[in-house]
Ligand binder design. Sequence first.
Ligand code: ATP
Length: 135
Amino acid sequence: TQETLVLVKPDGVARGLTGAILARIEAKGYALVDIRLVEPDRERLEAHYAEHAGKPFYEPLLEFMMSGPSVAIRVAGNRVIEGFRSLAGATDPTTAAPGTIRGDYGRDWGLKVQQNLVHGSDSPESAARELAIWF
Ligand code: ATP
């Protein structure tokens, strides 16, 4: 079995979508192993988003991620990394397919940072690294 890090980002928490997102993870049959509400400092976010350092959206992304708490979830299941990214949908919430979390609840609000509700690790290496950052 595999583990992944899911984050319900500040927009998802502020909009009261945490429960709906957890329900989709559970309905798919994945296991919630650990869960915590986190107000990340800059250091934690710099570690999490190291690969994006220097990109134009990096600073706005960190500001957005410090705008309120996120819910960090350790999720387990067979092929859960790929499976959760499928549940989440494409990065851009405007074009994410209906039926996905981003497609059903997200849109482009005209802000600099795409507020796309969730994060999911993209590989086993990322999952191990990110789980150590958030838990
Ligand atoms: P995530 O890693 O959050 O699950 P992802 O893998 O689809 O989503 P990444 O390319 O890793 O996205 O980017 C990380 C986050 O940075 C995105 O979720 C989004 O919030 C933000 N982001 C990515 N690209 C852009 C962009 N071009 N403009 C604004 N924000 C962006």
